[in-house]
Design a protein around this ligand. Structure first.
Ligand code: SAM
Ligand code: SF4
Length: 330
């Protein structure tokens, strides 16, 4: 079977899979206060349909799957699904992005199901501020989840913070200092425009500015290269004497589209070649109308043809906003 090579000669190796658009938090940069128009249950791909798309992607060379959401752990059966993903021939890396609210209870069973790569979203270490950002007063639960994951022994734990000017920029150094004793990657993500309500232009802060704040607080950042092509777009650094690492994801200020190796499967069964914009190919309808594997492979070819060369979002022109981060999975 031919590999998933797009019209700009990039090879897709990595698929992010959103299990649900529902979530047990309401982060103010991700969702409006009034919530979302949730997807009808029967529009979500069931687990067999999800596995079918993953199996086909694996026959075309995809080896890494990240399970995300909404919040993946709110979907019943998520742990068993993780096990099934790990059993798909060709899939060698299974990862999850979670807000960790339910992690304490599930960390061991996720590990036993084969999960090794855990990304945890955490935007503040301050109880009130965490409450304000997520509209949920549950920082203690998140922290217990992180401690449990460390105890269980996940070899890769990354904490992701969306950097927001005037919101958590006074905590960047505190976040970095977590890496002094914890063997984690602390990563800063540039705030992305989702819709009119997320005040993007006021709160956006570039990775250059974030790094300057960190350097003022802790001194030198030493670049690290881990040589893993599918590891993702983060630029990684370490601080002398610290056991963990610090990473930066500059999706806006210096986009990494020319090395993009990923596609996304939305909770309702659309494959998106790019996080931004609105282009997607509907696998759900095709599967429910009885498409053969050959026909689904033709849909993958369509995805490759429409994968854009770059997202082209800038501070001056944020017009290609995301439609919904929860449906796509970040
Ligand atoms: N609920 C899970 C979580 O929060 O980790 C998984 C889904 S969430 C949509 C995936 C990632 O997207 C999270 O790291 C979240 O912080 C990030 N995200 C959501 N909205 C964003 C935005 N406007 N800009 C940058 N990252 C965003
Ligand atoms: Fe939920 Fe994650 Fe979006 Fe926050 S970022 S509302 S935790 S999906």
């Amino acid at each position: 079977m031919t590999e998933l090579v797009d019209s700009f000669r990039r090879t897709v190796k990595y698929m992010r899979v959103s299990l649900t658009d529902r979530c047990n938090l309401r982060c103010n940069y991700c969702m409006p206060a009034w919530g979302n128009h949730w997807m009808e249950k029967d529009t979500l791909l069931n687990y067999d349909e999800l596995i079918r798309v993953i199996e086909l992607a694996a026959t075309r060379g995809v080896y890494k799957i990240r399970v995300t959401g909404g919040e993946p752990l709110v979907r019943k059966g998520c742990v068993d699904f993780i096990r099934r993903v790990g059993e798909v021939e060709g899939i060698t890396e299974v990862a999850m992005t979670t807000n960790a609210i339910l992690l304490k209870d599930h960390a061991q069973e996720l590990y036993d199901a084969g999960l090794r790569h855990l990304n945890i979203s955490l935007d503040s270490l301050n109880t009130e501020k965490f409450h304000e950002i997520t509209r949920g007063n549950q920082l203690a639960r998140v922290w217990e989840g992180i401690e449990e994951a460390v105890k269980v022994g996940f070899p890769s734990i990354k904490i992701n913070a969306v950097a927001q000017k005037g919101v958590n920029d006074d905590e960047f150094v505190d976040f970095v200092n977590l890496t002094r004793d914890m063997r984690i990657d602390m990563r800063f993500i540039e705030f992305m425009p989702v819709s009119d309500w997320n005040n993007w232009q006021q709160k956006y802060i570039s990775i250059d500015e974030i790094q300057n704040i960190i350097k003022e607080g802790v001194g030198e950042l030493i670049p690290v290269y881990d040589g893993d092509a599918a590891a993702g777009p983060a630029e990684n650094y370490r601080i002398p004497g610290y056991v963990g690492r610090v990473g930066f994801i500059h999706a806006i200020s210096n986009h990494f589209c020319d090395t993009c190796n990923r596609i996304r499967l939305t909770a309702d069964g659309k494959v998106r070649p790019c996080l931004f914009g609105k282009i997607e190919v509907d696998f759900r309808e095709a599967m429910r109308e009885g498409a053969t594997n050959e026909e689904l492979n033709e849909l993958f070819d369509e995805v490759l043809q429409i994968k854009p060369d770059a997202h082209n979002i800038t501070m001056a022109s944020p017009e290609k906003m995301l439609t919904s981060m929860t449906a796509i999975g970040g």
